[in-house]
Design a protein around this ligand. Structure first.
Ligand code: CP
Length: 315
């Protein structure tokens, strides 16, 4: 059964209802099999134009948005900020307005400052999709994480999910906390006290628990999500050394044994082996890190389709 999707922009998970999140995931399920075909192309977005405007580095998100657009037959254009007129002093807003004047249907934007996609959405005729804004949100990452969890656990409601690491600087953590609590999971976060924000208290009655020790968060978990130390967003020392961080907070097989026997391990990437996660864990059968990347293409196909006027489908 089809339901209208009334949102043009995807700026964050915070704005979405549980029904909308499930609708995007169901739509992504429908697109998934296209990526397994020998000829990975359908005409769904023929004639549409998608611009990828990334002011921060990316491997997974930018590539998968480009693949998603191309597999749906949209024209995809990647703007390299280092060779754009931003280097001559043009503002972000002027850059976006000039790109918008070329009448694209969707602009996918990543920026180191929180709120940039929201500003662009106010002035742009094209749909704006947030591909990560500072430490605020990374909505398509949370959606692909949810797709991975749904695939392997067959549900999200009632699961115990541990999110461990640099919560303070993590847009992935924020989007995941919103998504998982909206869908009825119990979320436990842990990390160095300096890297767990105090402003999470308002989410406690929505299913979030802040744990003093990483072991408390992992104990009995169905899903263990490990986050990278975001050194590019840290303006001071939040812990003594990376070696100490690894000893006290890194996910090893011993720590993972505290979780349920069939617990799965997620990491949004890029991962720093030997710091937040051991190679033993990252390469184990419990790690679904590459599945996350695989589902990222289907999720971004769904988001581009819905943002350019497509209708949600129920699985
Ligand atoms: N997970 C993620 O956003 O990875 P990239 O920075 O490579 O896009």
């Amino acid at each position: 059964m089809e339901k209208p999707y009334r949102r043009r922009d995807l700026l964050g998970i915070r704005d979405l209802t549980a029904a909308e999140i499930n609708g995007i995931l169901d739509t992504a399920e429908n697109f998934r099999e296209i990526n397994a075909r020998e000829i990975k192309k359908v005409p769904t977005l023929r004639g549409k134009t998608v611009i990828n405007l990334f002011f921060e580095n990316s491997t997974r998100t930018r590539t998968s948005f480009e693949l998603a657009a191309k597999r749906l037959s949209a024209d995809a254009v990647n703007i390299s900020v280092s060779s754009s007129s931003v280097t001559k002093g043009e503002t972000i807003l002027d850059t976006a307005l000039n790109l918008d004047a070329m009448q694209p249907d969707c602009i996918v934007v990543r920026h180191s400052s929180a709120g940039v996609p929201h500003q662009l959405a106010k002035v742009s005729k094209a749909a704006i999709v947030n591909a990560g804004d500072g430490a605020n949100e990374h909505p398509t990452q949370a959606l692909l994480d949810a797709m991975t969890i749904r695939e392997h656990k067959k549900k999200i409601k009632g699961l115990d999910v541990a999110i461990v690491g640099d919560i303070l600087h993590s847009r992935v953590a924020r989007s995941n906390i919103h998504l998982l609590t909206k869908l009825g999971a119990k979320v436990r976060v842990a990390g160095p006290g300096t890297l767990v924000p105090g402003d999470f208290q308002h989410l406690v009655d929505k299913g979030l628990e802040v744990c003093p020790h990483v072991e408390d968060a992992i104990l009995g978990a169905d899903v263990v999500m490990i986050l990278r130390i975001q050194r590019e967003r840290q303006d001071s020392a939040y812990f003594p050394t990376l070696r100490e961080y690894s000893i006290h907070y890194g996910l090893t097989n011993e720590r993972l044994d505290l979780a349920k026997k069939d617990a799965i391990v997620l990491h949004p990437g890029p991962m720093n082996r030997g710091i937040e996660i051991s190679s033993d864990v990252a390469d184990s059968s419990r790690s679904l890190i590459l599945d996350q990347v695989k589902y990222g293409v289907a999720v971004r196909m769904a988001v581009l389709y819905l943002s350019t006027g497509g209708s949600m489908v129920s699985a």
